[in-house]
Write a protein that binds this ligand. Structure first.
Ligand code: C5P
Length: 247
């Protein structure tokens, strides 16, 4: 099936300590964002891309798009939080699809599209993961996220004046570490973004909005290569991955 992509790249990358936005940090001679564009280009079914970028750096982000890139790509200013950036990207995408639809059809019935929301920081996510997420969305399956089993024992904690204390130990075989791309139907993820739950601080991804509304979220297999580039060591890991997979 065909799908659209919102690529979030409006974060500051403070933890990376590079002093420039994470997406502009160079690995093997190219910015992370350029690698992300190249990696996703061949994913089957991809149509349009909307990138969320820091408002003050839009030209530098636009310059990361490879020449003769095979997909139409636009750049919009992100917001203060990831959730706000994603909604700005989704709205821009909806406006573009509505314009395309009006140009090609007299039928003004509602139309919808699959949309995948992906963090540019998960630069090396394999194209197959995008394809699996997109094709798992159906009329019944409204939200799909890639995930990996966890290898560490995870504790929930209580934060007290004298430090942190263990509260519980959830059964590890029922825990998953979730990644992006997260797949949705565009009209529904836009609508849920307007709901009161959307402003809650505990909503760190769009899938949480579906959970808050009691809508099922399906898991598919993620990939270790979809690691989120966060700390300086992750850049070293990425340069080794790139060296092992020359384009
Ligand atoms: O900060 P965090 O690691 O959760 O960011 C995840 C992704 O969301 C990154 O790709 C980042 O660029 C993006 N982001 C954004 N707008 C923000 C904050 C983060 O697009 N205001």
């Amino acid at each position: 099936p065909s799908w659209q992509l919102v690529l979030t790249a409006a974060g500051s990358g403070t933890r990376l300590g590079a002093g420039i936005p994470k997406a502009l940090v160079e690995i093997a001679g190219k910015p992370l964002l350029t690698w992300a564009f190249e990696r996703v280009a061949g994913a089957p079914g991809l149509e349009k891309i909307v990138v969320t970028a820091p408002e003050t750096d839009l030209p530098a982000f636009q310059a990361c798009l490879p020449d003769n890139y095979p997909h139409p790509c636009t750049f919009v200013a992100g917001g203060d939080t990831r959730a706000a950036s994603v909604q700005a990207g989704l709205k821009a995408l909806k406006a573009q699809l509505a314009a395309d639809h009006a140009a090609t059809s007299n039928d003004h019935a509602n139309f919808d599209s699959r949309v995948l929301v992906h963090d540019a920081a998960r630069t090396w996510c394999p194209p197959e993961v995008f394809a699996t997420v997109a094709s798992s969305l159906t009329d019944q399956v409204r939200a799909v996220i890639p995930a990996l089993p966890v290898v560490d024992t995870i504790k929930t904690i209580r934060i007290a004046e004298d430090g942190e204390w263990v509260e519980t130990t959830p059964a590890r075989d029922l825990l998953r570490a979730v990644q992006t791309p997260q797949g949705f139907w565009l009209n529904q993820v836009l609508a849920l973004g307007q709901s009161p739950e959307a402003t809650s601080a505990s909503v760190t991804d769009e899938a949480s909005l579906y959970e808050a509304h009691g809508i099922g979220v399906k898991l598919v297999a993620g990939s270790p290569s979809a690691l989120k580039i966060t700390n300086p060591e992750d850049l070293e890991w990425l340069s080794r991955e790139i060296a092992g997979n020359p384009n």
